[in-house]
Design a protein around this ligand. Sequence first.
Ligand code: AMP
Length: 187
Amino acid sequence: MYKNFIFVLGPQGSGKSTQAQKLAVYLNYRFISTGEMLRSLAQKSSQSVKKVAEFMKKGELVPIEIVEEVLHTELEKSDEKGFILDGYPRSISQLQNFLAYISEKKWKLEQVFYLKVSEDECLERIQGRIKEEKRPDETVTAIKKRLEIFQNETKPLLKEYYKLGVLQEVDGQRSVEEIQKDLRGRV
Ligand code: AMP
């Protein structure tokens, strides 16, 4: 079955998950967060998945084979025709593998939204979240690591999306409603 994909990317604290979820509801697409998928995998008790929790706790990337296995399984058992992916791909290898995978299936990467938010603003928002202590990987060290990975491994993907002609940059320093309205106007 034919499938379309939209990626929403941005640094930690950019509000990408909130925006991606709202957009998925609007488009009637399925929202998939690889972070959420891996968090539930990490809660299982088998030895092989225990190491997943370790990577996540440190804010490091989970090995690519594990991420691809959970994501592909989910996509292949799903009947939906549209997907919004949050938190994937996060590196050049993940993007290259994903493009090869969808090309083989004759699926399509429709659009990529990049939520631009300054590092200072992100840190401020994340500090608010740390106080609420929602997630085990929201420690200062893990967050710094994740911001660093975003800069070094994920941000270089923007150039690739631009070349593919799918990139849309969005100002992420506005209200949730304003950003969402903007995104809806561009799909
Ligand atoms: P997130 O909820 O997107 O912030 O992701 C939380 C954590 O899950 C990350 O810090 C990584 O450890 C792991 N993770 C999520 N998505 C990926 C991915 N595409 N590749 C590798 N690790 C990931």
